[in-house]
Write a protein that binds this ligand. Structure first.
Ligand SMILES: [Zn+2]
Length: 473
């Protein structure tokens, strides 16, 4: 052998050793098959349910996912996915629609995932999960237990119903909005829902929906007696003095280089929509039981400045520059008047929120919440339990407010509804307490407030025939 041939063969041996060592390293580095996780946990499964299996390998890539059903002696392949892109995580959607199973068939769902390592003697590490399951094709039956709800545009209503089986989710669907129902002690479901202020009478078609644990969905029309109503038109002149006064506050809400008017329009439009979305999100944070009792308290000794769902035009030098819907009541009292909690509940938000300025939101349970906005001072904390009348802060001008006042709102699952109904003992008795009672649910009974408590408000306390349009002083 020549000297150079010796050199080459030595180099070859070194390379081979390195290669083998590298292989051994990989072999021992990844000895585990991929992790398999599911989008759902289940003991039974609907053939309609789209399921997602996520396969993750912490050390190498996912090479294949094999999903099959074992039923008696049969083996039915559902899907086989193979991958060459070397990703550490893959998600596989599947359903059992074509598995050839019948209702109540008991079977095994078998998922095998293989990684792209040198483990398993070069075939990759495997992991297999076997789930014993039952096929369930029967959606929950829905039986309405309370009489036909009466609901006005912008207002609320309640319904009680029973379900034939356990559910994952149930409630009233109004187009894209969902109002969850809550199971009561007697097993019935109670749901508050709204006729949204922005919806035409003909478009308001509430449905009861129930999704069982297996993934079967039942949806039925919910009959309601609906009442249309017209909301007030209103206009507000925007002055340079107002824009100057709010300049710093508005700039902190919508920063950037723009004119005062452009910034005002961004706050009043885009930010307003973002704030509404935040309230919808907040509406999900609700107790599964009623925390309130009797009618809601109105800010004492306060004049009404604006009503619910007033259609507001904004004028600049006589020209209309914007139009928005005012949601809630504007109540003006003394400057920095103490603000009482309208009813019992838990504080779920304190802080600044765009056009609402300094804001407190109280959760009263079952999706019902109240909102106190434009405050100058907040004296409660998140999570604090409040009784009706407890002071939560002081009125002010923070956010999109010209003069000192309280903007008071009532929300159902985060959607603003007219507060008028909830200020009215009779409305609550007829539309909530009695509806629940006829379906065997005892809500905390109405306790008449002593007449000494703000008698001036008693007279003004809106009843069903009062319209916000009549309330402007
Ligand atoms: Zn307001």
């Amino acid at each position: 052998m020549t000297k150079s041939a010796k050199k080459i063969s030595l180099l070859f041996i070194v390379l081979l050793t390195l290669f083998l060592l590298g292989g051994l390293f990989l072999l021992f580095q990844d000895r585990e098959g991929p992790q398999i996780t599911f989008s759902h946990t289940f003991e039974s499964i609907s053939p309609d349910l789209p399921v997602f299996v996520t396969v993750h390998d912490s050390a190498s890539s996912v090479k294949s996912v094999d999903i099959r059903v074992r039923f008696q002696e049969n083996e039915v392949p559902i899907t086989l996915q193979t991958y060459s892109e070397g990703k550490q995580e893959q998600t596989v959607p599947f359903s059992l629609a074509n598995a050839g199973l019948k209702n109540n068939d008991v079977f095994d769902l078998e998922i095998t995932a293989t990684d792209g390592s040198f483990g398993g003697f070069g075939f990759g590490n495997k992991n297999t999960v076997i789930l014993p399951l039952r096929l369930d094709t029967s959606p929950p039956r829905i039986s309405i237990k309370s009489s036909t709800p009466y609901v006005r545009k912008g207002g609320a209503a309640c319904v009680v119903y029973s379900l034939s089986k356990e559910v994952r989710q149930t409630g009233v669907k109004v187009n894209e909005l969902f109002f969850p129902a809550f199971r009561q002690d007697n097993g019935e479901y109670l749901c508050f829902f709204a006729f949204p202020y922005f919806m035409d009478n003909k478009d308001f078609n509430p449905q009861l929906a129930a999704l069982d644990r297996a993934g079967n969905l039942n949806t039925i029309d919910l009959p309601v007696t609906r009442m249309n109503r017209q909301f007030k038109q209103d206009s507000i002149a925007i002055s340079q003095a107002f824009l100057d006064e709010k300049a710093a506050e508005f700039e902190s809400m919508v920063p950037g280089d723009m004119s005062d008017i452009e910034r005002f329009l961004a706050v009043n439009g885009r930010l307003r929509r973002e704030n509404a979305a935040a309230l919808l999100e907040m509406g999900k944070n609700t107790a599964p039981r009623v925390l309130w009792q009797g009618s809601f308290l109105r800010l004492p000794r306060a004049a009404s400045r604006a009503g619910f769902a007033d259609r507001r035009s904004y004028l600049w030098e006589g020209q209309k520059i914007d139009e928005q819907t005012h949601l809630g009541f504007d109540l003006a009292s003394l400057k920095q008047a103490p603000v009482p909690a309208a009813n019992g509940g838990t504080v779920v938000f304190t802080g600044s929120l765009g056009i609402y300025g300094k804001l407190v939101v109280i959760d009263h349970g079952l999706g019902l919440q109240s909102l106190y906005s434009h405050l100058s001072e907040i004296s409660v904390e998140n999570g604090q339990q409040l009784n009706k009348g407890d002071i939560l802060g002081k009125t002010g001008t923070s956010g999109m407010a010209g003069g000192d006042h309280l903007h008071f709102g009532i929300l159902l699952s985060g959607l603003e509804v007219t507060p008028l109904e909830w200020l009215d003992d009779h409305w609550i008795k007829d539309n909530v307490i009695d509806r629940a009672k006829e379906a065997g649910i005892a809500l905390p009974e109405f306790i008449p407030s002593p007449p000494a408590e703000a008698p001036a408000e008693k007279k003004k306390a809106p009843v069903r025939k009062a319209r916000p349009g009549q309330k402007r002083p």
